[in-house]
Design a protein around this ligand. Sequence first.
Ligand code: 5GP
Length: 220
Amino acid sequence: MAKAIVKSKKDGSLIVISGPSSAGKSTIRSELLKMHKELYYSISMTTREPRVGEQDGIDYFFVSKEEFEKRIEKGAFLEYAQVHRDHYYGTPKDIILDKLNKGIDVILEIEIHGAVQVNDQMPNAIFIFIMPPDMETLVKRLKKRGTETKEKMIERIKTAYQEINEASTYNYVVVNDELDSAVKKVDSIIISEKCRVDRIDAIELDNKEEILHDLLMDKE
Ligand code: 5GP
């Protein structure tokens, strides 16, 4: 087999997705996971109650506040934050580092304070902000989802305003007005990031120009 010119870095890419509640992050993420079987989705740990239909170990690892705080002390999180003023959410560290070391791409779906912490430690991660087309659509989607009380929805809309103000600190902003097109955009970002010059480990040319000559002359 001919020797490859480009040697890519072996470690996987870390993809961070943020955006307000009901912007469509989880739907986009699950579409990406269907398309890329090798992509690893990091299941977060949280102290919030499971919603109807949510399963421990699939949607989140649901733990008590005491358990979460014990893990903070042990340094078990890549990042963590207290979201909507009450509950903790965090990304387990060891498994992420292990997957990245093995060359597996990892996707995180986290809020903005967590993304800042990831950026401090891993500035080469890819930061994508999912934006709703307008605030009315966001409110409608949140109401339609029907998983929050009115007070909680108001809290989430307040947080949404703060988060949208930080969108320009991300590498990419994808407006989710139409799901298929938003998924395509996020997918294209991931694909093009793989071609970045800083993903290249080495470019190796062996300077065996006589091989090229032989090939041109149809000599094997
Ligand atoms: P929800 O309660 O709707 O599942 O999530 C609330 C918010 O917490 C969402 O913006 C979600 O992306 C974020 N979130 C989920 N897991 C994590 C995590 O591990 N770390 C941080 N910082 N935020 C998270």
